[in-house]
Design a protein around this ligand. Structure first.
Ligand code: GUN
Length: 300
């Protein structure tokens, strides 16, 4: 078969997230008309990690573009755990704020779990609080973590059939790998997949990835997934985002995912690009959760 015929379909996160943002913008306008109220999302950013700063700025920009009020609480990395808990408490109690996130990772001297558990589950639009995780597992209304929810929304809008398919997830993080494995196996559409989670201790990883009808790569290693690890016509979702040195760009850097796009895209049926794939959906998904919080849709 020629290369041209083998080209895969690009799952366009930019296009989809723009559609979602237009839908949210219309909903916000209706809310302002009806209740004279705009949804309000807050973010807490500790320290000066470049990737975290970029994420938070993107969230701020996207919120403002749809009419969601955005506040960012920035603090130096020497903030104490107690001071951060006080900020969380303040945000929990502030009626003007519908939902907020504490950007991760936090400095080493702060216990991340302690901070997450201090967030009011009703305002936990990241869906990281154990109550929201538990509700998700039980199939109850819950805030779903933004990246997995964004992936599910993408599969839904592209009408990818997941029922009875073998979905292999690379990575078991609390933010992506674990929740996406639960959502994919749930009795729902999309969902109803048979899920295998692979991680750093998995043996014969390549033999498992080659069985995947749907491969979700969230392993945090640039270009980890090569063409020979992928089954013909698989659907490949790339969660990774890495800035690597490149001679192809004037900046000397380019963004790549966990998947070797050039090789894998010739073999699979659908693939998400980096950038312009899952990352875009994550931000749109956080805005969806902010809307849910403002409308009282999850906890009522
Ligand atoms: N760090 C990387 N991804 C995320 C996310 O989705 N939410 C938060 N709070 N921190 C992150």
């Amino acid at each position: 078969m020629s290369d041209k015929k083998k080209k895969s379909i690009i799952l366009d996160g930019k296009l989809l997230s723009n559609q979602i943002k237009e839908e949210i913008k219309a909903e916000v306008a209706q809310m302002i008309d009806r209740e004279d109220k705009s949804p309000h999302l807050a973010a807490v950013l500790i320290g000066d990690d470049a990737a975290s700063d970029t994420y938070v700025k993107s969230k701020e920009k996207a919120s403002k573009a749809v009419g969601i009020i955005s506040s960012v609480y920035r603090h130096k990395s020497d903030i104490t755990e107690k001071e951060l808990l006080q900020i969380v408490d303040f945000l929990n109690k502030d009626d003007e704020i519908d939902g907020f996130i504490v950007q991760l990772p936090l400095p080493d001297h702060i216990d991340e779990n302690k901070i997450i558990e201090a967030i009011d589950p009703k305002k936990d639009i990241d869906g990281f609080h154990p109550i929201n995780i538990g509700r998700m597992v039980a199939g109850l209304p819950a805030y779903l973590p933004a990246t997995p929810q964004g992936i599910m929304e993408m599969l839904k809008r592209y009408e990818i059939d997941t029922e009875g398919k073998h979905c292999v997830v690379l990575g078991r993080s609390n933010i992506v790998g674990t929740p996406i494995s639960i959502l994919m196996s749930r009795k729902a559409k999309p969902g109803n997949a048979t899920v295998t989670i692979c991680h750093s201790r998995t043996k014969n990883l390549e033999a498992i990835t080659r069985q995947a009808d749907i491969l979700i790569a969230a392993i945090g290693k640039p270009h980890f997934v090569k063409a020979d690890m992928v089954k013909d016509k698989a659907v490949v979702i790339d969660v990774g985002i890495h800035r690597i040195k490149s001679e192809e760009t004037t900046s000397g850097y380019k963004l790549v995912g966990d998947v070797d796009f050039d090789g894998v895209s010739k073999k699979c049926s659908h693939i998400t690009p980096v950038p312009g794939g899952v990352g875009r959906m994550t931000i749109a998904s956080l805005l969806m959760n902010t809307m849910k919080a403002a409308k009282g849709e999850v906890y009522f």
